[in-house]
Design a protein around this ligand. Structure first.
Ligand code: CNA
Length: 244
């Protein structure tokens, strides 16, 4: 048996042994759906743009150069035709069976909900929700996709801003508090597909005080030393081998 097989067997035992799992994830959860993450080799930070992605995805940049922002956003964030993968689907199934209490995600793609997850705390918002910056009218993602250039409100003509937390912007208090409560009360925390370097989101995992901490990530993270089980493999493939 390979060491990956052994680790998956260990994960299965831990999952079987609890009904209070919380999952904390990031962009790596959606790479198997075809959305690039930020920090992998083929991630957005290693592709070349006129401005670095951190700058484009900042509040200042959005306000100063909305046209440039939206060019990048349409091209790389508002990816069309993506579907939940095996990781999203297994997490939804774990919730359905009463074993998983919440998904806390840094992702903004809405794929956990698309897979059927109900309790999802989106720390960085969602591309599925958009509001006019002036009259606050709501717009769905189809409206955003149908617009060319900078999307404008059909009522007042002002720019529409996606409800995603840009660099320099604060996280929503209620979402953070809910995520902290779920993590604090969890018996098992599975962290997956995140480099754990974006704060304050990454700091939330420090609220965990339950029994088992599991990390499923392609690359190393700063939490590897603290975890009871570390699996360095594609997260969709790992979850596909777990039975609920
Ligand atoms: P990141 O910093 O890009 O790290 C991703 C991590 O996932 C890396 O450590 C990779 O090794 C790992 N990884 C990549 N693919 C897999 C896989 N298939 N299986 C297991 N591990 C994998 O992304 P973080 O989420 O840590 O950084 C936080 C940012 C990224 C948040 O602000 C997000 O909003 C933002 N982001 C979100 C999306 C999305 O919504 N899908 C896409 C790109 C970036």
């Amino acid at each position: 048996m390979s060491s990956l097989d052994e680790k998956i067997e260990q994960l299965q035992k831990l999952v079987d042994d609890t009904d209070n799992i919380v999952f904390f994830g990031g962009a790596g959860v959606s790479t198997e759906s075809g959305i690039p993450d930020f920090r992998s080799q083929d991630g957005l930070y290693n592709q070349h743009y006129k401005y670095p992605p951190e700058e484009i995805l900042s509040h200042t940049f959005f306000m100063r150069k909305p046209d440039e922002f939206y060019r990048f956003y349409r091209d790389k964030i508002l990816v069309e035709g993506v579907l939940p993968n095996k990781a999203h689907r297994k997490l939804a199934e774990l919730e359905e069976k009463g074993k998983l209490k919440a998904v806390v995600t840094q992702n903004i793609d809405g794929l956990h909900q698309a897979a059927g997850s109900r309790t999802v705390y989106e720390l960085h918002g969602s591309v599925l929700r958009n509001h006019c910056m002036k009259c606050r009218k709501f717009f769905d993602v189809e409206y955003m996709r149908a617009q060319e250039g900078v999307p404008k409100c059909d009522e007042c003509g002002e720019i529409i801003k996606p409800d995603v937390v840009l660099y320099e912007e604060g996280l929503d208090d209620y979402t953070v508090q809910s995520a902290v409560r779920a993590i604090t009360e969890a018996d098992m925390l599975i962290i997956g597909g995140t480099s754990l370097v974006v704060y304050p989101a990454a700091g939330l995992v420090n609220y965990f005080r339950g029994r088992n901490l599991v990390l499923i990530n392609k690359g190393e993270t700063g939490m590897d030393g603290k975890a009871d089980l570390v699996i360095n493999a594609p997260i969709g493939e790992v979850f596909d081998r777990i039975s609920v």
